[in-house]
Design a protein around this ligand. Structure first.
Ligand code: TMP
Ligand code: ASP
Length: 268
């Protein structure tokens, strides 16, 4: 059996060559980083949960007509996706003031914004992903005006859908980050949603208590990050056999039992 080729290792995922041309396997790690990888750690079981949450969200988004890279989940930590050329822009959608916007503009965390804000960050770790304007994006040709239009309109539709989905399980969707990629068809290219949507890249607060159910638990040393990620999966109906679709049941206790004593490295 040949070992598959690793294409890229990021902070939270590893990408491998897929079984067919134009496909990629995304392997979800338990590694967590914050503040541009100044802070590093692990959240046990995070990769398994994010794989499942992202599958769920991307599948639901496809059902409302958002084109995505997701093809299917392969196993507990891996999913098959379409290969794209990642657009080097992180699209952040904010409904409520939190995180960097509070620091930058002196806002109080938790204040509802007058309307939904879209921000763009240039994806460059060495520069610490700086906030940029549409003018910068056009000037340096990181994305075309048509691509910007497509990303913005998809971001708004995704926000409307996800805000409703999370409100239905008593979670306030504070903000989140999206990444998009290009797929090519002859001389033409189009933009589809890529990367992942999980508590790593969203702020999710319990509607009643305000409790944080996302990576801010890790970023801010609040503790309980494993439980928070599991709680999001549980409320989405993804734990213990509900709405599991193809593949195995996401039973974290059984998974821990199987993983005990084994290397967490992907095998093939
Ligand atoms: P921020 O408040 O730090 O700018 O983050 C806004 C949202 O985007 C938050 O939900 C976390 C997410 N995010 C990422 O997923 N990756 C990143 O590199 C950054 C800066 C933010
Ligand atoms: N910026 C990412 C986050 O905090 C991770 C990192 O910067 O290392 O979500």
């Amino acid at each position: 059996m040949t070992r598959r080729r690793q294409i890229y290792e990021g902070k939270a995922k590893i990408l491998y060559e897929g079984p067919e041309p134009g496909t990629i396997i995304q392997y979800f790690k338990d590694d967590a980083t914050a503040f541009n990888a100044e802070k590093k750690g692990t959240i046990n079981g995070k990769g398994v949960i994010n794989n499942r949450i992202s599958e769920h969200v991307f599948t639901r988004l496809a059902q409302i007509g958002i084109p995505t890279h997701f093809i299917r989940r392969l196993n507990m930590r891996e999913q098959l996706v379409r290969q794209v050329e990642i657009i080097p822009i992180e699209v952040v959608v904010r409904n409520v003031a939190a995180g960097s916007i509070c620091k930058r503009l002196g806002l109080e965390e938790g204040v509802q914004l007058p309307h939904t804000l879209i921000e763009y960050y240039f994806k460059d770790d060495a520069l610490g992903d700086p906030l940029v304007s549409e003018e910068h994006i056009a000037c340096f040709n990181w994305a075309s005006p048509e691509e910007m239009q497509d990303m913005a309109s998809m971001a708004i539709r995704i926000n409307d859908f996800m805000a409703g989905m999370f409100a239905g399980i008593d979670i306030r969707l504070v903000d989140f980050k999206l990444e998009f990629g290009r797929i090519f068809d002859g001389d033409y290219s189009r933009v589809i949603l890529a990367d992942e949507i999980s508590p790593d890249g969203c702020r999710l607060w319990d509607i009643k208590s305000g409790e944080k159910l996302d990576k801010d638990r890790f970023r801010r040393d609040l503790g309980g990050e494993e439980e928070a990620y599991q709680e999001v999966a549980r409320r989405l109906g993804l734990l213990n056999g509900e709405d599991n679709g193809p593949g195995e049941v996401l039973d974290m206790d059984a998974h821990r039992g199987r993983m005990r004593g084994k290397s967490p490295k992907p095998t093939k």
